[in-house]
Design a protein around this ligand. Structure first.
Ligand SMILES: N[C@@H](CCC(=O)N[C@@H](CS)C(=O)NCC(=O)O)C(=O)O
Length: 386
């Protein structure tokens, strides 16, 4: 009995330590064939999708633990707010809380776009800060309606975790940060290096794959959250710090001496980041997808938060359809016909969202690169609104 209590207490203590980010997990001294840390994805078995769509009436009393398929939009409308899962650690440019307590960032703006489409009010969002490890469970259990938290779309997450991914809002890739005075220029210069990495992410596995493919050894120093990973690197506990390049650019601004660090040229993986929803409600999934597409399409048409009212008088048929002046295209996805106007008016088109958070007037000044429209050599492409 006493042994049992001791074990429970020890388990609790390690949980508390992990949750507080107080301790790096033990790391091997060479690149592991299989990472020695917990697997980055510990999926809770995906709830089996319900066969038939349920009635659309919203149940009283908030989100059920296991909402039936269908009706998510009605539930959100009845609740009066969208519950959007975002990063629990500051990720400047993507998700932070400013000095006035206002949430800001590229991911936050997409939460706002969804709320604008649903409520004609971008502020009707309840933000649920989530760690990398918590995020998918929160979606699976119905605790959140949508996850917009620098999360990479992968086959395993899409399939095994029972999620659906909306279009990629930010094409990213994994990078490596090192100290400028380290003399490191490439991953090959990092043989035998210690590398700070966060668990519960795609990052951990990519790192092992990339080093193994190059025949290099390394020592991962693994942390449960972004803040402790960055802090350990900043304190000199590791030669390198790896995560999505967006995360590195963002983290750079939080280091004690940003000018002492650089991000290597190498891109170690594909990290398409975008919103995800729980599988089982095709209408809600479609709504989120087309909300994202609307931001791309508005940029393609040159429709902005500043000029959208002028476009309401347009006599171009495709613009009239896009803005919901003609037809009833949005009915099938459960949104108001003017949902595009609501998004553009309150949050802006994709370029406005990008520039506001990551563009030339921000500390990041991040070139659009793959995140440009297909017409400008990028990957952003909306199917037709017709
Ligand atoms: N895109 C990757 C990485 C996402 C990720 O969680 N990145 C870290 C580093 S930027 C982060 O957001 N950390 C904040 C935290 O979980 O505390 C994924 O989906 O697994």
């Amino acid at each position: 009995m006493r042994k049992h209590i001791t074990l429970v207490l020890a388990g609790l203590l390690s949980l508390i330590l992990a949750a507080c980010g107080g301790q790096a997990q033990q790391s091997p001294t060479t690149a592991p064939a299989q990472p020695a840390t917990t697997a980055p994805e510990q999926p809770t078995a995906a709830p089996a999708p319900t066969a038939a769509p349920a009635a659309t009436a919203a149940p009283a009393g908030g989100t059920p633990a296991q909402p039936a398929a269908g009706g998510q939009i009605e539930r959100i409308l009845a609740r009066g707010t969208l519950i959007c899962g975002v990063n629990n650690n500051p990720l400047p440019g993507f998700a932070t809380v400013d000095a006035a307590g206002v949430r800001r960032g590229f991911d936050v703006d997409f939460c706002r776009a969804v709320a604008a489409a649903l409520f004609d009010d971008p502020d009707k969002v309840e933000y649920r800060p989530l760690s990398a490890q918590e995020r998918f469970t929160a979606l699976q259990t119905g605790e959140i309606d949508v996850l917009i938290r620098n999360s990479t779309w992968t086959l395993g997450r899409d399939g095994n975790l029972g999620l659906d991914w909306a279009p990629t809002t930010f094409y990213d890739g994994q990078g490596m940060m090192v100290r400028k005075d380290s003399g490191i220029e490439t991953l090959e210069d990092m043989n035998g290096a210690t590398i700070c990495v966060q668990t519960g992410t795609t990052t951990e596995l990519n790192l092992a794959d990339q080093f193994r493919a190059r025949g290099l050894t390394f020592t991962p120093v693994v942390f449960p959250d972004g803040d402790s990973t960055r802090a350990a690197y900043d304190a000199g506990q590791c030669d390198g710090f790896t995560t999505d390049k967006s995360g590195l650019i963002s983290s750079l601004t939080l280091l004690s001496n940003p000018a002492d660090h650089k991000i290597l040229e190498v891109t170690m993986s594909k990290e398409p980041l975008g919103p995800s929803v729980r599988q089982g409600d095709p209408q809600w999934f479609d709504a989120v997808r087309w909300i994202v597409f609307a931001t791309f399409q508005a940029e393609e048409y040159g429709i902005t938060s500043q000029n959208v009212n002028d476009f309401l008088n347009s006599d171009v048929p495709e613009i009239r359809r896009f803005l919901g002046i003609e037809g009833d295209l949005a009915k099938g996805i459960g949104l108001s016909n003017d949902f595009t106007v609501r998004i553009i008016r309150h949050v802006g088109n994709y370029a406005e969202i990008y520039d506001r958070n990551l563009g030339p007037d921000t500390p990041f000044n991040l070139p659009r690169g793959l995140n440009a429209l297909y017409t400008d050599g990028g990957l952003l492409y909306s199917p037709p609104f017709r």
